[in-house]
Design a protein around this ligand. Sequence first.
Ligand code: C5P
Length: 310
Amino acid sequence: MQAPAKINLTLDVLGRRADGYHQVVMVMQTVDLVDVVTVSVNRNHQTILLQGGSEEAPPDQTNLVYRTAALVQEQAQLPYGVEIELDKQIPVAAGLAGGSSDAAATMKALNHLFSLGWDDKKMESLLARLGSDIPFLVRGGTALATGRGEALHSLPAAPAFWVILVKPPFGASTPQVYKALKAKSLPEPLPWPEEMTPENIPEEGYSANMLKALRTGSYQAVLDAMGNDLEKVTLEWFPELKVLKEKLVCLGCDRAMMSGSGPTILGFTDEEAKARSIAEKIAKETETLNYRVMVARTLGREEADEWIVD
Ligand code: C5P
């Protein structure tokens, strides 16, 4: 099963909730930078055997893939074991939801292998227990996420474009980034319902503009509507990310922005050849800095769904 990375087209932070999470409004998009999760059944015992992963995402019991398999075993009362091989390509702690996508792919694969008959809604609600942005990776494509990120509404597909993803050799901790954000001083309780729809999200945010842009189907309108409230924390911590954003635009990207809580910086273009040439240049210019440079294109919901390869 291929597990695609997500990028944020927008990320609005509305305020801090009583449970410590932040209420957000985001437009998320899957791209075709993927991890590969290979799942097989072991009918001889009930152990979960996880192999592969990476130094930053080791194949142990803390890995979201392991925790997802354990959750499925428990919920479906499976008397069998599972063996999972995790091939990681998506950088870890990067703002690309790689671990979340691995978790979603694991559940989809187990749902298929054991014919559990769980629909997307059921998988999304189970996976919301393990992390706020995992439910989005069940459906993929272009979606509005509200609440703490787990409440989803599918949106018209974004126009296809290319993304240059540049990941510096350090990570950004999502809880620390949220903690550092002096969330706009808002009345408590927050004046919005936790789960919002495309019709009632706050007018003044990036996301409301993005919904209008998506309706036009225009790549330029989508670029103009992009924005991420968490940039003001992560870019302040790591000023080199500001330089990186400028560099991407200088090299020909139509726009550059940070994804999620960072630190991955995204550069956008609608031409594949241009994306590859910019990626080559940025890789060369940052050679000594140990940055990882990747190229991906937007991945629609149907394409993400087609990828069961058991
Ligand atoms: O839900 P998840 O486990 O991915 O969140 C990790 C941490 O990030 C949370 O414990 C919280 O500190 C922070 N977070 C937040 N508001 C969100 C999502 C995450 O404050 N909407």
